[in-house]
Design a protein around this ligand. Sequence first.
Ligand code: NAP
Length: 253
Amino acid sequence: MEKFGRRFEGKVAIVTASTQGIGYSIAERLGLEGASVVVSSRKQKNVDGAVEKLKARGIEVLGIVCHVSNAQQRKNLIQKTLQRYGRLDVIVSNAAANPAVTAILETKEIVLDKLWEINVKASILLMQEAASHLQKGSSVVLISSIAAYQPSEALAMYGVTKTALLGLTKALAAEMAPNTRVNCVAPGFVPTHFASAITSNKSMRKNLEEKALLNRLGTTQDMAAATAYLASEDASYVTGEILVVAGGTPSRL
Ligand code: NAP
């Protein structure tokens, strides 16, 4: 059994795209630290599965289907959370898509639109929906990527949408201050379903491990720990910042 603090006692946290992978681990970590957590993703079956697993760990949890680019489902996510818990303290915007691995100059307009819509616009619209309900002392964490700094060939346009989130972090931090802090986590590579094409290829994986000073890929729990820090009172004087969690993989000064 992990020994965590209880930094989120009495707090309510929404995590998008949280029925598996990094989002799930974030919800689990916030829940183990005392938060009531709201998990969501596109498929009811995945939502139900995540709710069961979190409940089994003693976490107070509500599961809601929410495809982040569906306006009605975003509204429902916020409204149901408020109906059940009466407050909102933390939002982690974690959903992303990478529908194609083509060069930017070869990427079809429909794919460009989808990347913008899910990876950037949905976060903005979710904040528009949630902003007036956020408590004083609340916190938003956007999930970007190491690819925001150096988009690799295969992840080029995806990387550019993640670069946009760095700017969005700064801009929203200014707009939402002083009541709400807005920060960002930029994960290195983590072997999840999302990254499986890269991390399950032996030579690609070895290459990524060698690029990290700590000689390993990240874990979903590494990302959850960083997110929990930024969302917590421990980071009460931190806003508009990006925390790279990539084992020392080159990113920026
Ligand atoms: P993952 O393990 O594949 O999990 C994806 C989750 O998102 C699932 O719960 C999925 O459930 C849900 N989802 C997918 N599309 C959605 C949508 N449109 N609306 C709502 N939920 C959706 O992915 P992950 O690796 O944890 O990735 C999470 C975040 O970390 C992403 O922002 C990604 O860009 C970022 N990231 C990942 C890595 C990595 O190496 N894994 C590195 C850097 C950054 P449903 O199928 O039920 O919707």
